[in-house]
Design a protein around this ligand. Structure first.
Ligand SMILES: Cc1cc2nc3c(=O)[nH]c(=O)nc-3n(C[C@H](O)[C@H](O)[C@H](O)COP(=O)(O)O)c2cc1C
Length: 188
């Protein structure tokens, strides 16, 4: 059993990564292997609508995407975590969602039945919209998205500030516990 968290911030060890690591810790406690993939420093080009993935399970764009797709495919749980950029998810995580989503959707819907959900951080506003934006992806992929004790949002601006948002951390933790619970139930 494995859960992967993809962090869509260009900032290494930033607030989104801190929140995602916190959630993964809760999942590890339940005996599930975890991996965090930061998109910081990676190249994830936008989808060009070439439609190659409609015929073959691959993307012809040469960049860092395909190995991440394979990691997502082999995982039982997927978490997408993003900071809010102008009221929205970051461009890199959106590109990853478009491309991995289209490959998966067109090649046996390979994300179907996985457990997943999203985590969002912002300085002040836009979390709810971005949370919904990320969750739409899980819905169309046929993933199971458990809830938490609040929406999975947190506050923070400067690096590390999210660590002071106790409720945000708790919400991510409780969400992660539900992810682990569901994975174990589905695998039982
Ligand atoms: C280009 C850019 C746009 C941003 N837009 C918003 C925004 O719309 N709302 C907000 O509250 N914070 C916004 N922020 C602040 C980030 O969401 C915030 O600093 C967050 O903690 C960054 O997460 P990170 O440390 O994981 O990179 C923006 C930051 C950047 C760099």
């Amino acid at each position: 059993m494995k859960t992967i968290a993809i962090v869509g911030s260009p900032r290494k060890k930033g607030n989104t990564e801190i929140l995602a690591r916190h959630a993964l810790k809760a999942i590890e406690e339940e005996g599930i292997t975890t991996e965090l993939v930061s998109l910081a420093g990676l190249e994830i080009k936008p989808c060009t609508a070439c439609m190659v993935c409609k015929k073959e399970e691959r993307c012809p764009l040469e960049d860092d995407l395909f190995p991440i797709y394979l990691k997502m495919k082999e995982s039982d749980g997927i978490i997408l975590a993003s900071p809010v950029y102008f009221g929205s998810a970051t461009a890199s995580i959106k590109a990853l969602m478009d491309r991995t989503g289209y490959i998966a959707y067109n090649n046996g819907r390979v994300f179907e039945g996985k457990v997943g959900g999203s985590l969002v951080v912002a300085r002040r506003a836009g979390q709810n919209f971005t949370f919904a934006q990320l969750n739409y992806w899980f819905q169309i992929q046929g993933c199971f998205t458990p809830g938490s004790t609040y929406w999975n949002i947190a506050f923070g601006h400067g690096k590390g500030e999210v660590s002071q948002d106790e409720e945000g951390l708790k919400t991510a933790w409780n969400f992660a516990k539900h992810v682990a619970f569901l994975i174990k139930k589905l695998k039982a």
